[in-house]
Unconditional design. Structure first.
Length: 131
């Protein structure tokens, strides 16, 4: 059981953080643009008193994002930053990347690059949620 494993290991299930594409995009937007994180509220967690140290949760997630970005190659990092931080469309990113790299960059290539980059980031952050 998840609760039993957490208790034996000295943490609470609410301490666990798993990342998906949506969460990564939202955290990157918050981290680099200073936007609010209202879309990151986890309604599945029980409500109650805030635990000591929980104020650092967002800073910890920012550090996780920074770590995950380091796992990307230069092209992946650039494309993900354009998509999630600059909010460029796939067509805009394709045009920018074609100019920057001197290679043909299609919208589908941008899409595949973002997908692969998210997979690399999720793996760097511990993988998919097992739940």
């Amino acid at each position: 059981c998840r609760k039993e494993k957490a208790a034996k290991s000295g943490y609470r299930p609410s301490d666990e953080a798993f990342y998906d594409r949506t969460r990564i995009a939202a955290l990157m937007d918050m981290r680099f643009n200073g936007t609010s994180g209202t879309n990151l509220v986890d309604d599945s967690q029980p409500k109650g008193k805030t635990r000591p140290g929980s104020g650092y949760a967002l800073e910890t997630q920012y550090a996780d994002i920074d770590h995950a970005l380091e796992a990307l190659d230069t092209v992946q990092r650039t494309v993900v930053m354009r998509a999630f931080v600059d909010q460029n469309t796939e067509a805009e990113i394709a045009e920018i990347m074609s100019e920057v790299t001197g290679q043909e960059f299609s919208r589908s290539r941008v899409h595949r690059t973002v997908d692969r980059a998210c997979r690399v980031m999720i793996d760097a952050l511990g993988g998919d949620s097992p739940y």
